[in-house]
Design a protein around this ligand. Structure first.
Ligand code: ATP
Ligand code: MG
Length: 204
C-alpha cells in the first residue's frame, strides 16, 4: 500500500444519518487504512430533486451528533456552503485542491449508489480523481460487475467492492417509522434519536 495520505469521503443526504452509514464508514476506514472519513451532507442532492428533503441545518447537526465520538470521523460543510445541486465532482475537485493532488480520496457508498454511477455528472473525471468503495447493501449486490466492466480500465482500477455487515437500514425506513410512531432505538445513535424527538422531525 502506498504511503500517500488517504482520506475517506462519505457523502449522503443523511436524512437522518443512521448506523448503516456509521458501520460502513468505519469498516472502509479500517480496511483501507484511511486517516479519516469526512461525512459530507449534501445541500441539494441531484438525485432527489423532486423529493422533499429536511432542512440542511438539521441534517448537518444530526451528522455531527452521530460522528462526534469517533476521533477519525469529521463533518464537512463543503456542499452545504456551495450553491446549486451538490455534485460530487465539484466536491472532489475542491478536496483535491485542499488536500493536495498527492492525497488519495476514497468515496464510500452503498452498492445502490454504484448502480447509478453512470448518471453522475462528469463520472469519467470523477473516476480518475477518486476511488469508489462500494459497501454491500442488502438486495443490491449482484450486478455490480457489469457496472465495473462498463467503465473499463477506470472501473476495474477505481471501483472496489467491500463486503460489510449488511444492515437492512435506510433513512426512508427510519422516516416512515417515526411517522408511524414506531421505535428507531438502536437504528440511529441515541443523541440523533433524541434530536429527532426534540425537533419533531419526520412526524408528518
Ligand atoms: P434514503 O432512504 O433517504 O435514500 P439512505 O439510507 O439511502 O437514505 P443516503 O443518505 O441516501 O441514505 O445514503 C448515503 C450513502 O450511504 C449512499 O452511498 C448509500 O448507498 C449509503 N448507505 C445508506 N445506508 C446504507 C446501509 N445500510 N449500508 C451501506 N451503505 C448505506
Ligand atoms: Mg439513499
Amino acid at each position: 500500500m502506498s504511503d500517500k495520505q488517504r482520506i475517506g469521503i462519505m457523502g449522503g443526504t443523511f436524512d437522518p444519518i443512521h448506523i448503516g452509514h456509521l458501520v460502513t464508514a468505519e469498516a472502509v476506514r479500517r480496511e483501507y487504512q484511511l486517516e479519516k472519513v469526512l461525512f459530507i451532507p449534501a445541500a441539494d442532492p441531484p438525485h432527489k430533486q423532486n423529493l422533499p428533503v429536511t432542512l440542511p441545518m438539521h441534517r448537518y447537526i444530526m451528522t455531527i451528533l452521530a460522528t462526534y465520538s469517533n476521533i477519525h470521523f469529521a463533518v464537512s460543510r463543503i456542499e452545504l456552503d456551495r450553491k446549486g445541486p451538490s455534485y460530487t465532482i465539484d466536491t472532489i475537485t475542491e478536496l483535491k485542491k485542499q488536500y493536495g493532488l498527492q492525497t488519495e480520496l476514497f468515496f464510500i457508498t452503498g452498492t445502490d449508489a454504484i448502480l447509478e454511477l453512470a448518471t453522475w455528472k462528469n463520472v469519467d473525471l470523477l473516476l480518475e480523481n477518486c476511488h469508489f468503495i462500494a459497501a454491500t447493501r442488502p438486495g443490491c449486490g449482484g450486478t455490480l460487475d457489469s457496472v465495473i466492466e462498463y467503465f473499463g480500465e477506470q472501473g476495474r482500477g477505481h471501483i472496489h467492492l467491500l463486503a460489510t455487515p449488511e444492515l437492512d437500514i435506510s433513512s426512508t425506513d427510519i422516516r416512515e417509522r417515526v411517522k408511524q410512531g414506531r421505535s428507531i432505538k438502536y437504528i440511529v445513535p441515541e443523541n440523533v434519536e433524541n434530536y429527532i424527538a426534540k425537533e419533531g422531525l419526520y412526524r408528518t
